[in-house]
Structures are given as structure tokens and as C-alpha cells.
Design a protein around this ligand. Sequence first.
Ligand code: DSN
Length: 413
Amino acid sequence: MKIQELSTFDPVVDEIIEREETRQDNELELIASENYASPAVRAALSSVLTNKYSEGYPGKRYYGGNSIIDEIETLAINRVKELFSAEHANVQPLSGSPANAAVYMAFLEPGDKVLGLRLDHGGHLSHGHSVNFSGRLYNFVQYGLDPKTGRIDMDELRKVALAERPKMIVAGFSAYSREIDWAGFKAIADEIGAYTFADIAHIAGLIAGKQLTNPVPIFDVVATTTHKTLRGPRGAVIMCKEQFAKQVDRAVFPGMQGGPHDNVTAAKAVAFGEALKPEFAEYSHQTILNAQALSDALIAKGYSIVSGGTDNHLFVVDLSTKGLVGKEAEKALEALGISVSRSTIPDDPNPPMNPSGIRIGTPAVTTRGLKEADMKVVADIIDDAIINREDEVKLLELKGKTAEFCKRYPIPA
Ligand code: DSN
């Protein structure tokens, strides 16, 4: 593949990208939704496929010249179907929220009732928050976590479902660290004849890597982004039972989107191919071991973790017991080259822009090759940064330590 050097054509943009590359090389990425796409994924992204318009689906396009694009889209579909044992897959959604919008459009009418997890309990904006299209177009009612355990209370969920009788139940999370009882969700939905929709954006890679239970054979419809634990390009996929294939495809195009991004489709095919390899199961397993090692190390230092630990790649630290809010921790950690995202804790007394916790995830550091013993070092740096958050000299010293540590684990090139 012929790739030209950007520096030759646009040194200004090239120099900015170079600086971001250096930042990524020298800093530790603990944002739970981020990862390092492989060079093969990035090569596909920068291919000539970006030049093409291909509204429609393989064999049924609204533009000529699509026979090769049809091959790449069909390959991506077949690979993702194999990966998740899906009956039908649509690989065109541009990202997570548009994919969720297409799912709602495929199954619901505006005003229909939907049951989703509260955002401050670990749900997602597109699961019915009032400022989001989902909350404005549909009548979302919400369930929460058990305040004692920090886990989904299936009895409470059933009670709300029976009382509210929604047309769809959403099981999907962006800050929930425990295994999901997919069969339990499905049983409750069946009692009231509701559709089941799983948003597995965060955990898709762990499911593909055979570390967590797969909802695709159980649920009516499942959507996921492709760039988090799945380690592909930024984008999304919808999978569903064959009986819903037509309505899902129609909702994506022409319902929600115009032409798909074919270079991204190719990169998705590459990522699915990578995820089908046995090494990906090892990677997924290590991601979970690392998250557990890091949460254990922080618990040993007196930090409080929502639900007491993790079964997946992430966890939420409740900082209220340490006397600070998420933003302060996020800022202190950023100063020394560690990225985390502030996060609400269940029933957070603070507002969403200034919540009480931070969310930490291990997909990216695991791609770099860090293991459980390294998580103890990371926990030491996090704790040091939080304790010394007012001490700029100490933070600078810790920044050097972080960069030194990163050099031992280069991002795979
Ligand atoms: N923004 C993503 C996350 O960080 O979880 C979800 O959309």
C-alpha cells in the first residue's frame, strides 16, 4: 500500500500529530474506553477506501464502482458474525451513539417507554439522559444499582420492569465493573414482552476474547463500538437476530446515516481478524487480571472501589473517603502523565461535571504489555500523585518516573 509521508505535504499538521504521538508514548493511558489500535488497523484507516461513496449495502448500492467495497464490507460482516456468533451484523454505524440511535429507531417509535441504567450509576448518556437525544425522543425510565453492593439488583430491575412495562430494556454500561446476568435480563424482558438491547461498547473485546458471557445469542439486538477493548478503529457495529435484520439495516441507512466510511469498515475487518486470533483471548484475560490487580492495590492503600472490585477491564474509585473529587485527581494525574476520566459514583452528591470519583481502565496499558506486578507500581504512582496533588515539584518528579516506566513498555508498532 502506498502511504505518503504527511510531513512532506503538511508539516504543520504533521508536527501536531508528532507531538500527540510523543505524548501517547510517554504517558500512561488509564481511560477505560481507550486503546492503541494496531499498525494494521491504522494502515487500513489511511487507505484509499476513504475516497469512496457506497450508500446502501453489498450488492445494493446507490453508487457505481462498489464491487471491491462490497468485498471488504462482506468480509467485515462475516468476521464479526463469527466473532460473536451473530445471526446478522451491520458494520456501518459511525460510532456508539449513532449505533444506539439506529437501534432505537429500528425498534421504537418516538415516545415509547424504555428502561435503562441511570448515568450516575454507570449507564451512558445515550441510555436516556435528559440532555441526550435518547432522553428527549423516548420515554426512558431508569433502574439503579443496589446501594449496599454497588451491583445491579435484578429483583429491583424486575420490579421496575413489571411496574413500568417498557417496550425495550437496555442492558448497557460505561462505568460498571461487574459481570452482567444477560439471561436474567432476557427472562425479565420476556415476562413483559419487551425487546432486549445490550450495549456492550466497553466489554466487547472481553466477550470476543471469551472472558465474559456473550449476550449476542441471548438478546434481540446488541450494539458495540469497535475502538475500546476490541482495539479496532473508532466506529461501531450492530448485531441482531435474523428476524430484525431488515429493520436494523433500514434504520442505519437510510434512517440515520448516508455513506459508510469504507476505510473504517476495512479497519474494522482487520480488527475483527485480530480478535479472532488466540492471542486476543490472552490479551483480554490479561486486561482483566490487570484491572483486578490495580483495584486490589488501590484498596490496599485505603481507596474505596464501587462494588468492591471488578470482573472486567474497569472500576470506579469513590474518592469521597480520601477528601477530594474526581476532577482534582484527574488533574493531578494528568500533570504527571497519567490519563483517567472523572466519574460519578452511584447517587453522587456532586454534579456530573464535578463528580466524586474517577474511572480507571486497563485495556491500553495491557496492550503495552504491563502485567499484574506493574499494576502495583501504577497504584503507587496514583497514590503518590493524589497525596502530593498540591506539590508541583513532587508531581514533576513523578512525571519523570511515569515516562521512565513507559519507556520499558513501548506501544506496539
Ligand atoms: N465516551 C465513552 C466512555 O468513555 O465510556 C462512552 O461513550
